[in-house]
Design a binder for this molecule. Structure first.
Ligand SMILES: [Zn+2]
Length: 324
């Protein structure tokens, strides 16, 4: 039996001080103004429906779409999964507004991707007890990207991909580990989480096995990637991949084409993997120098059609077609 130490159970009253009359009035004024502000804020939130929770389900806030998909499959109808990033932005470089930050701060569970994914979270106070770093289990296997130049895509402004690679889930074994962390965080809210996780794990394992097989068939064939987001993918499926900083909706200019020409002197790739459907003109320009295009969408944000699993299936099918 453990001995109780002397400080346990003691209460310090020594710090309580009585305020002067003037200070009290000033404090009461401040409290009154604060309560007015709070009332106003509550009214706004109820109007927009943002922070209201009529069904009383636990609110699960997520940092990206893969986590939204995992939480919805594992939590089923027992939780409300909220992903406030707009559909046209990369959630990794997204800057949430005050309403979204409040949503995260009021959540019952906050599912973070980890691996430095949500840059915004470093500058915001979030309730640590609610936060789950879904990639913590494989922290020791994070990949460090050496310096690259900054560039921009979308409204997030300039950014760099140097530092820790964060597109963790397209190594589908890592995706399963992230889903397992999601399961652990939702276990209190539903008795089906284990069963739902097992079904999701099986879906991901099937695709993982197909990717392992296609990776073997590719046998170290040099490949290009349109953007530096495939590090974990390349490691898991043994792909010989080099990245440029292209965008699917930007047609490469002469400088970009020259960069590819120089790169291919040492890395004679005949395929470029794109994050999204490239412009026809980009495909034609690459085709003209003997490089074919295929899409492997990491699906960090909500897809235009289907869901995480159907997008991953389409990705795998495209690779299998290219390397039969
Ligand atoms: Zn980028």
């Amino acid at each position: 039996m453990s001995q109780s130490t002397s400080w346990q159970g003691s209460v310090t009253l020594g710090n309580i001080k009585f305020c002067s009359m003037l200070a009290c009035i000033s404090l009461m004024k401040k409290l009154f103004i604060l309560s007015l502000l709070l009332l106003a804020a509550c009214g706004r939130e109820a109007d927009s429906g943002v922070a209201s929770n009529p069904r009383g389900k636990p609110q699960v806030l997520v940092a990206n779409y893969p986590l939204k998909y995992f939480a919805q499959r594992i939590g089923g109808g027992a939780v409300d999964v909220v992903f406030p990033a707009p559909p046209d932005e990369d959630p990794a470089f997204w800057q949430p507004n005050d309403v979204a930050i409040t949503q995260f701060q009021n959540a019952d569970v906050i599912l973070m991707n980890g691996a430095t994914y949500s840059k915004w979270a470093e500058k915001v106070t979030l309730p640590q007890s609610k936060m789950v770093d879904t990639s913590a289990a494989f922290k020791a296997q994070y990949i460090e990207i050496k310096a690259d130049s900054t560039h921009s895509h979308g409204p997030g402004g300039e950014h760099s991909h140097s530092g820790i690679a964060f597109t963790t889930w397209i190594d589908l074994v890592q995706a399963i580990q992230q889903a397992e962390a999601v399961k652990a965080s939702l276990a209190n809210y539903s008795s089906d989480t284990e069963k739902n996780f097992v079904a999701l794990k099986s879906d991901l394992q099937t695709l993982d096995a197909r990717l392992i097989a296609v990776g073997k068939r590719m046998a170290n064939t040099p490949l290009l990637a349109s953007h530096p987001v495939y590090h974990y993918f390349a490691r898991r499926y043994t792909l010989n991949l080099q990245s440029v900083l292209w965008e699917p909706d930007v047609v490469p200019d002469e400088k970009a084409m020259e960069e590819i020409r120089v790169l291919r002197l040492k890395h004679p790739a005949k395929w470029m993997i794109w994050e999204g459907e490239p412009e026809k003109e980009s495909v034609a320009k690459l085709e003209a120098i003997g490089v074919k295009s295929l899409v492997f969408d990491p699906c960090g944000n909500v897809p235009d059609g289907g869901d995480f699993l159907s997008v991953m299936k389409a990705n795998v099918e495209m690779l299998e077609k290219a390397f039969p």
